[in-house]
Design a protein around this ligand. Sequence first.
Ligand SMILES: NC(=O)c1ccc[n+]([C@@H]2O[C@H](COP(=O)([O-])OP(=O)(O)OC[C@H]3O[C@@H](n4cnc5c(N)ncnc54)[C@H](OP(=O)(O)O)[C@@H]3O)[C@@H](O)[C@H]2O)c1
Length: 430
Amino acid sequence: MVDSFRIGIAGLGTVGAGVIKILQTHQTMISGRAGCSVEIVAVSARDKSKDRGVDLSRYEWLDKAASLAGRDDLDAVVELIGGEEGDALELARNALDNGISFVTANKALLAHHGYDLAVLAEENNVSLMYEAAVAGGIPIIKSLREGFAANEIEAVYGILNGTCNYILTEMRETGRPFSDVLKEAQDKGYAEADPEFDIEGIDSAHKLCLLSSLAFGVKPDFQTLKAQGISHITAADISYAQELGYRIKLLGISRQIDGTIIQMVEPCLVSESSTMGAVEGVFNAVFVEGDFVGTELQIGRGAGEGPTASAIVADIIDLARGYKVPAFGIPALMLADANKGDPGEMESRFYIHLTVIDKPGVLAEITAIMRDHDVSMEDVLQRGRDPENSASVVITSHSTKQAEIHKAVAKIESLDFVVKNPTLLRIENF
Ligand SMILES: NC(=O)c1ccc[n+]([C@@H]2O[C@H](COP(=O)([O-])OP(=O)(O)OC[C@H]3O[C@@H](n4cnc5c(N)ncnc54)[C@H](OP(=O)(O)O)[C@@H]3O)[C@@H](O)[C@H]2O)c1
């Protein structure tokens, strides 16, 4: 047992300042839990003069974050800069190479370089920790790596992005369009100035890669994961979904089916009376299905200073206790390349929203195409007639292969009475 566990922190923004706040506020309690004092030795950010709401006077200031990696007085470097390449990656590689454990909240970095960094950590007999990278305050990394270690995991899925969940919740509650609510989310600080990663599903995909790796013992692989975001979801879709008893949620889903892994990030309909449907606002929810444990659920705040910094400090305490565990649950060199399943073969129910010229025979033609592709319809709504004489036709299907419904919708889209791009969403039964 060491007397003190010494860390350097790179990045003093929302999360970095939060980490310092927790370590200062709970110094005695944390020492007790860690079995030694946790000492911040040095910090780094871009602008030394910025007031970060925490007292930094006791710590050495470094203008270059990269220099943390070369020190011999640190047990861990905490990277809270962000970005999948650049200084964050350089710091990770150099710290691990120099035998310093690395703690991060940076899911983009790990989704792209997680495997190489995990190998590097093991080669140097140090740890790569990233509890804060997925679902903020929810300890899902530890749960999957340790709590569920006795199980073969069948699926892991959930709401992994609080910004999108906030936007979808606000759109449903207020009937306002996506662009209005996004602007409000940015004004309130829930969405980044550049919201692309959140609203296009990329942030959820980064997180899902890490969950898949832990759940199924495969290398994190962002490149082959196709993500769909929520920017095409309209207030009308949300309202029709509600009329049919559903809510729209951006879900990350990873399932093991017949030895293959199917990963997807897309907006889906879930029953409004389901637990998933009830997770609203900035909250995240992660479900894990294990063969012996059954289905488990954790709900909590997925981002923000407090929850994210809390997860970082939990990792620091684990390291200070001398705790050591492979980053993705098994030795990195045992991580397999994922045997990817074909999502087209997956069967689900679907929601289709078509905007069509309101004239006789339209529904008959749509129905014929559906029949030709073996898609049977469960519910049909016809709504509204706007000044351009168009109407909405909303269909829910019985369970059908994704590939078939895609073909059917592509054919319907090419018909001259269809005036807007159709919306096609999976209906998930949780
Ligand atoms: N915010 C959240 O709720 C949340 C949740 C989960 C995960 N994360 C992850 O946590 C990480 C940090 O996020 P954040 O929200 O705290 O970001 P942030 O508020 O933008 O802070 C980034 C910090 O990094 C510093 N920085 C930028 N480039 C640097 C460089 N080259 N060298 C040294 N410092 C540099 C900035 O310095 P200045 O302050 O001087 O400009 C700033 O202090 C990201 O990986 C993010 O994805 C964040």
